[in-house]
Design a protein around this ligand. Structure first.
Ligand code: AMP
Ligand code: MG
Length: 420
């Protein structure tokens, strides 16, 4: 018995090993398309974008105030200037300034060539067209230089960047109208199990509602993915095979949930052995040990466990990085932080656990985390209540209150934490 356990532990792969294998097995989609900037959020740039212009385009004011030449300043004395005109944002002053003259200027307005300084309006005394700058006014302040944000020819966004809201603003600031992006990754998913009941129907004894398709449709909500919901497939080898072979023809990736363990009704393994080349992994994580990964013709395949919490954990730690690789962005690792655990956590050595936790911050800024409730892989309520995973390494033998633990923010929930 002891030997069997030792044998099984040897076969378990770590997440790192699984991801290294996935990285070598998956290539990014190569086809591209042109999209206009207003629908580019979340898409992956296929080419670098260089700026056609300087941003700012003109030297302009960072303040509402007065533009003057620093050569008019008198050391240690107030400076008397005469207002010659006004420069508005979008409507520059067109005249030529003489020595001793200044203009009224507003934020974003172009500076006349003869000026190099702005004084804030709150700092001057105004008497009709006479503007008095106080002693010790500094020259060459509050001026935005041409190209100080981006210079003509500069790289604005690197290739393979996923366009963020901030990138949309940046790209618009240099006049980018459309972009070449990677085409969307085509993903199909289905649930398996004779116990699964459609929403809207009353539950009979022994049946459950199908959580996983709804879960997956939420986890797959991303501008880079074009998603097909294939519905529920019964525990029937022929139906499974027909579904998988048809979906493999026009998708880049198929994701199934359930039916992948070793129960009598778990047919995924047998079906995949007939129609594809798929490996069954035992990854040393909890929840989510059994996981299938491979290919059916040119289509990648992930067979996730049936229990919904295991679906979330395996999706976020294994499928999501694989999807990054497919969609063309570099694979990323979740950021881990240290937090003080305020509750005891049960754990046996052997697998890395992703326990569901509630993270908050005390008034000193220290991160505190507590278990968010029951940790069974079917307990969606405590997972819904959680805002982080408490990541307990393979060898960990449980946590006492007060110990430091590693946490990862759960990617699909807001990144803010409660104060305590
Ligand atoms: P299986 O891997 O098919 O043996 O499923 C493991 C557990 O997950 C069982 O309790 C199933 O009833 C449950 N399960 C499988 N698929 C789903 C689903 N789509 N939604 C909710 N629970 C599921
Ligand atoms: Mg099943």
């Amino acid at each position: 018995m002891i030997d069997e356990c030792a044998q099984e532990k040897k076969q378990l792969s770590t997440i790192t090993e699984a991801l290294a294998h996935i990285a070598s097995a998956i290539n990014s989609v190569t086809e591209t398309e042109s999209v206009s900037l207003n629908i580019a959020l979340g898409r992956v740039l296929a080419e670098p974008i260089y700026s056609a212009i300087n941003s700012p385009f003109d030297r302009n004011s960072a303040m509402d105030g007065y533009a003057f030449s620093s050569t008019d300043l008198i050391e240690d004395q107030a400076t008397n200037l005469t207002q010659a005109g006004c420069s508005w944002a979008g409507q520059p002053y067109v005249g030529t300034l003489q020595a001793g003259q200044c203009i009224r200027i507003f934020t974003g307005a172009v500076l006349p060539a003869e000026t190099d300084s702005i004084v804030m309006q709150e700092q001057v005394q105004v008497e009709a067209s006479s503007i008095v700058l106080p002693a010790h006014t500094k020259g060459q302040e509050h001026v935005r230089a041409v190209g100080e944000d981006i210079k003509q020819g500069d790289l604005v966004c690197a290739a393979f960047k996923k366009i963020s809201a901030i990138d949309l603003g940046l790209l618009a600031s240099v006049g980018t109208e459309s972009l070449i992006v990677k085409r969307k990754v085509k993903i199909a998913f289905f649930s398996t199990g004779n116990e699964l009941t459609a929403l809207g129907q009353a539950l009979e004894s022994g049946k459950i509602y199908d959580s996983n398709r709804y879960l997956l449709s939420g986890l797959l909500a991303d501008a880079c993915y074009q998603v097909t919901d294939l519905g529920v497939i019964a525990d029937d080898p022929q139906q499974l095979e027909d579904c998988i072979l048809a979906a493999a023809k026009n998708h880049d990736l198929i994701i199934s949930t359930g039916g992948a363990s070793v129960g009598d009704a778990d047919y995924i393994k047998e079906v995949l052995a007939r129609c594809g080349k798929v490996d069954f992994w035992k990854i040393a994580i909890k929840p989510g040990k059994p996981l299938a990964f491979g290919k059916i013709n040119d289509c990648h395949f992930f067979g996730l466990p049936g229990n919904p919490v295991a679906v979330v954990v395996t999706f976020q730690h294994i499928v999501a990085p694989a999807l990054e690789q497919l969609s063309g962005v570099p694979m990323s690792q979740p950021l881990q932080l240290l937090a003080r655990c305020t509750t005891a956590l049960k754990k046996s050595p052997g697998r890395q656990e992703y326990q569901r936790g509630l993270l908050c911050q005390d008034t000193n800024g220290e991160l505190l985390v507590a278990s968010s409730g029951q940790q069974g892989s079917n307990i969606l309520s405590a997972t819904s209540a959680a805002n982080c995973y408490i990541v307990l390494p393979v060898e960990c033998n449980g946590i006492h209150p007060g110990e430091l633990v590693r946490i990862e923010l759960i990617r699909t929930v807001a990144s803010s934490v409660m104060t305590h």
